[in-house]
Design a protein around this ligand. Structure first.
Ligand code: DAH
Length: 344
């Protein structure tokens, strides 16, 4: 037994000399001090010996175990410190280097303007409606008094998914949807949304653009309500000094129809290159809801009347910020977008 204990001790010493890391310490501790180690097996065997020998070998065993444990403890402490230092060294950062900055995006001016438009009308008591961008011929045209053979359809060619399923050409499609929902009740609604047309893209045209539709239906609504509402909108959007001008126009779903211009910001109405000498810039279309449209959508035109309008949201953004090309709103060039970043 004595020889065996000595043999283990000398083997353990050799093993301990080879230790290079804390992981090695764990391995060697398991080898010599765990329940499955040779020393533990010997401790169990001790019980079979007479008391005299039991004490002698017991002491020897305890001494070896203690010595191994102590050596491992010292080594572990030293190695742990070395390993930590090495890690700190390798992960050292130079705090004098300038930091890396993340570039943060900015809100597209289209969204700035759209949110402002919605805000202005919400404050006037309008509710906000939504509708699908893929629309049926019925809502996009028919219920707006634009039957299949109507020539005004020519100006609104679009992308067709099926014969009578299309990418909506105007947010006016929501007029019919909304009246259907309201079931003859009066209301004031606006609907901002994307619209599509088959168009060749250039500085002022885009096959995808956006509109904000407005529709008010109640008893006794007349042109004065339309004018006052849009005048207030223009002043809130473009400034108190702006005035509006109504010109007669044509839309199949309004009668009478008007085109609304705002006084030119560059010349104040005198006429300049911005407004092509007219003093005014066109921003939206509108009019009194056509009796056919009211009737087709469940409102008696002898009892109810209404006004409607539609504006091109990008156009408002271009005018508001003096942007010269509509495509800049869609290209997501951060150099462009950053110009509209709110300074804090
Ligand atoms: N939907 C028309 C367009 O896209 C704009 C418009 C004009 C909407 C007059 C209206 C309106 O609601 O009354 O050209």
């Amino acid at each position: 037994m004595k020889d065996k204990i000595e043999q283990i001790w000398s083997e353990a010493q050799k093993d301990i000399e080879q230790i290079k890391s804390c992981a090695d310490v764990v391995e060697i501790r398991n080898k010599y001090l765990s329940k499955k180690s040779e020393l533990s097996t010997l401790s169990i065997a001790l019980n079979q010996l007479p008391p005299e020998q039991k004490r002698e070998f017991g002491q020897a065993l305890g001494k070896v175990k203690g010595a191994i444990s102590e050596k491992l403890e010292v080594l572990n402490k030293k190695l742990a410190e070395e390993e930590l230092n090495k890690k700190l060294q390798s992960e050292q950062i130079d705090i004098t280097l300038p930091g890396r900055f993340n570039t943060c995006g900015a809100k597209n001016p289209y969204y700035i303007v759209k949110d402002e438009i919605v805000d202005i009308f919400l404050r006037m008591g309008f509710e906000v409606a939504e509708g699908p961008e893929v629309e049926t011929d019925r809502y996009n045209f028919e219920l707006l008094n634009i039957p299949k053979d109507h020539p005004s359809r020519d100006m609104q060619d679009t992308f067709y998914l099926e014969d009578s399923l299309l990418m909506r050409t105007q947010t006016s499609a929501i007029q019919a949807r909304f009246m259907e929902q309201k079931k003859g009740q009066p209301f004031k609604m606006i609907c901002p949304g994307k619209t599509y047309r088959r168009d060749d893209d250039d500085a002022t045209h885009s096959h995808q653009f956006s509109q904000v539709e407005g529709l008010v239906v109640d008893k006794g609504i007349n042109m004065a309500h339309l004018k006052a509402t849009l005048e207030l909108f223009v002043k809130k959007m473009f400034g108190e000094k702006r005035s509006i001008r109504l010109r007669s126009s044509f839309f199949p779903f309004t009668e009478p129809s008007v085109e609304i211009d705002i006084s030119c910001a560059a010349c104040g109405g005198k006429g300049c290159s911005m407004c092509k000498g007219t003093g005014y810039i066109e921003i939206l279309g509108g009019g009194m809801v056509h009796p056919n449209v009211l009737r087709m959508n469940g409102y008696d035109p002898d009892v109810y009347s209404g006004f409607a309008f539609g504006l091109g949201t990008e156009r408002v953004a271009l005018l508001r910020y003096g942007i010269d090309d509509i495509r800049k709103l869609f290209n997501n060039d951060v150099r462009f977008l950053h110009q509209f970043k709110k300074r804090v």
